[in-house]
Design a protein around this ligand. Structure first.
Ligand SMILES: [Zn+2]
Length: 218
């Protein structure tokens, strides 16, 4: 468990962006094999600067705490670090783990057959200490939060704006925020910001610490 960052007395999630971390984003152009940042197309027409999976990533500065928190904006590099290392999305420390797996908070779809097995999420796990805070701070969880433990987590997708090949000399573009699996050819048409994970071997559990006082001594 780490100390949570606060702003004016309110906790600021580890994955939230701060205003001082915004960078100018280059324009997007169509390359031979997907999208590229403007000025980053090789002589053969292929895009440069994508990752080994072919994904282009939104640019961010790493200056957590600089400026004002933007609670509704996810800082890509911290979200991805949290997903890869299964860190708590609120404090950035280790997420809670027991014999049933890591602790995640999901939007409640218990009416859907088979849910939550194979749920795909962009929201990193949480620790016990932060679970009540996350349930309160995350707008998508309001009044419909379910805690689960996932025995297996596979980080297999990217989330961002998916572009489509345009007809003209200029790009594209249909902005649609969505998850594309890295096995899908369309990852080369994604300006991504977040990683997505597929949760399997999932068990619904009680939400830890409900009613626990914010900031209570650990
Ligand atoms: Zn935490």
């Amino acid at each position: 468990m780490l100390e949570r960052l606060t702003y004016k007395g309110h906790p600021v999630p580890y994955i939230a962006a701060w205003s001082g971390e915004r960078l100018p984003q280059p324009g997007i152009v169509t390359a031979a094999d997907g999208i590229a940042f403007k000025g980053a197309v090789a002589a053969n027409g292929n895009a440069q600067g994508r990752d080994p999976n072919g994904v282009l990533w939104q640019r961010w500065a790493l200056r957590q705490g600089d400026g004002k928190p933007e609670y509704s904006v996810v800082h890509g590099p911290r979200q991805r670090r949290a997903m890869r290392k299964l860190l708590c999305q609120v404090c950035g420390g280790a997420s809670d783990h027991d014999a049933q797996g890591h602790l995640w908070l999901l939007e409640d779809y218990r009416g859907v057959a088979g849910w939550p097995e194979r749920e795909v999420t962009t929201h990193p796990p949480v620790c016990n200490w932060c679970a009540p805070v996350a349930a309160r701070l995350c707008p998508h969880l309001e009044n419909k939060v379910v805690a689960v433990r996932a025995g297996e987590v596979v980080v297999d997708g990217v989330h961002g704006n998916l572009y489509e090949r345009g007809r003209g000399p200029l790009p594209v573009v249909k902005e649609k925020k969505k998850v594309v699996f890295t096995s899908d050819w369309r990852v080369k048409w994604m300006l991504a910001n977040q990683l997505a994970a597929t949760l399997t071997n999932v068990t619904i559990v009680d939400l830890p610490g409900v009613g626990a006082r914010e900031g209570a001594a650990a």
